[in-house]
Design a protein around this ligand. Structure first.
Ligand code: UD1
Ligand code: CA
Length: 454
């Protein structure tokens, strides 16, 4: 049966105490709602409807270009009311899976298990037993079968003792949906139209209601406040780190690593404590990452070592490269094999050829550097005249003495040597020593100042 997915994302999220719509709060670097969309893709739905309301324009803008159909819920009168807004757009021949934009970590496998279970039922709910059921809808069972869901605010004290709760995921046969939804009422504590009432309505109509019980609490935790957001982040982190370690990566402390995106790793990779990985990061065989590194959208080839306190963003790093400690590799940096970048070096939009060394205290920007170049300590490419950026070219085998300024646009030709302390503004010819500094003099008639008597 074809599948329609409805994601409820119209609520304000008052408990987040934030101006941003709740479903746009970031978990592992991407909006909560994006997690839900991404996981549900694996089910290959025929359509995905996203119900928006509070901050609708902002939510739509954040989620554009993803083949989603947005449905506006002008007034947020409850989760059942949100689903009602979609009825005209749903083919009765479809299965309808309702997901909550604030329940971000459900795996596609769990959603698929619900589809499997709904074969001969009209409706299926995903339940679980949280550590603290406060605030969640309680599952009422009669002779094992799911009979109703009672919202926390509507429960009796006896019902509050029930541990099994509704996760927010519900699957409904499209041919029953319209009649069920038409029966929703708002005569409850919150005067809302509850999605959860569909269960009692289906039971009253003589239909079978199925349930899938999720035994992984972290998967279905809802995000209603900052504490739950942090808990979801921890769950996401644990899941990612678990996958890394399953793949053979040596992680010094699984509690002290953050993966806010996707990480691909080769064999025998080692990651020390307090590293943050964002976006897409690829680490080749035997790569070692020292403590306190931040690495974003970067690939690092086999055998390279990143020493502690290094920041790398949007870069391509070759094999057997050594970077850091305390290096900043900015966007557009491309380091060849066996390159060395040492402490307090910043690179940007630059390519560095094989086995070149920039060992200490340098800025290399908008530069094309050949192989086996040696850049002395404190060398700076002056790539900006206050208005425009210009290129520096340093050819193979060049040796640049310490504390040199290369004023771009400028070229240093093959095997040239630049004397320490030079300011280079014109081409430095191949194989020659070029030097630009005032001559050293010693002043004979000088004597040390003496302290005045007061
Ligand atoms: C809901 C369930 C509760 C369940 C819990 C699981 C209902 C009535 N209650 O409670 O049984 O245990 O989730 O996390 O369904 N939304 C709209 N339009 C609205 C109201 C809400 O789109 O008018 C969206 C919200 O943006 C959110 C989702 O629906 O993504 C859930 O709404 P929320 O208010 O957080 O429901 P809970 O109180 O958490
Ligand atoms: Ca919620």
């Amino acid at each position: 049966m074809p599948l329609s997915i409805v994601i409820l994302a119209a609520g304000q999220g008052t408990r987040m105490k934030s101006a941003r719509p709740k479903v746009l709060h970031a978990l592992a670097g991407k909006p909560l709602l994006q997690h839900v969309v991404d996981s549900s893709r694996a089910l290959e739905p025929e359509q995905t409807l996203v119900v928006v309301g509070h901050g609708a324009d902002q939510v739509k803008a954040a989620m554009q270009g993803q083949d989603l159909d947005f449905v506006l819920q002008r007034e947020q009168l409850g989760t059942g009311h949100a689903l009602q807004q979609c009825l005209d757009q749903i083919n009765p021949g479809n299965m309808v899976l309702v997901l909550f934009g604030d329940v971000p970590l459900v795996r596609a496998e769990t959603m698929a298990a619900m589809i499997e279970k709904t074969r001969d039922a009209a409706l299926c709910v995903l339940s679980w037993t949280p550590q603290n059921p406060f605030g969640y809808g309680r599952i009422i069972r009669r002779q094992q079968a799911v009979h109703a869901i009672i919202e926390h605010k509507d429960t009796t004290p006896e019902q509050q003792a029930i541990g099994e709760c509704f996760s927010g995921l519900m699957l409904i046969r499209g041919d029953r949906l319209k009649s069920f939804a038409a029966a929703l009422k708002n005569d409850n504590a919150q005067q809302e139209y509850y999605l959860t009432d569909l269960v009692g309505i289906a039971v009253a109509a003589g239909d079978t209601v199925a349930a899938v019980v999720c035994d992984n609490a972290g998967e279905v935790t809802g995000v209603n406040n900052q504490l739950q957001l942090a808990a979801a982040e921890a769950e996401y982190r644990a899941r990612q780190v678990g996958a890394l370690m399953d793949g053979g990566v040596k992680v010094s402390d699984p509690q002290r690593i953050d993966i806010r995106g996707v990480i691909e790793t080769g064999k025998d990779v080692e990651i020390d404590v307090n590293c943050i990985f964002e976006g897409t990061v690829v680490l080749g065989d035997n790569v070692r990452i020292g403590a306190n590194c931040v690495i974003r959208n970067t690939s690092i080839a086999a055998g390279s070592v990143i020493h502690p306190m290094t920041w790398i963003d949007e870069a391509v790093i070759g094999r057997e490269v050594n970077i850091g400690p305390f290096a900043r590799i900015r966007a557009g940096t491309d380091l060849g094999d066996e390159v060395k970048v040492g402490n307090f070096v910043e690179t940007k939009k630059s390519s560095v050829g094989r086995a070149s060394k920039i060992s200490h205290l340098s800025y290399i920007g908008d530069t094309e550097m050949g192989a086996e170049v040696n850049i002395g300590a404190g060398t700076i490419t002056c790539n900006y005249d206050g208005v425009n950026k210009a290129q520096t070219v340093i050819e193979d085998g060049v040796f640049i003495g310490s504390d040199t300024q290369l004023v771009a646009p400028v070229r240093v030709e093959r095997n040239a040597t630049i004397g320490a302390g030079s300011t280079i503004t014109r081409t430095a010819p191949a194989d020659k020593l070029t030097i630009s500094r005032t001559k050293q003099v010693t002043i004979g008639a000088w004597s040390k100042p003496v302290k005045k008597e007061s």
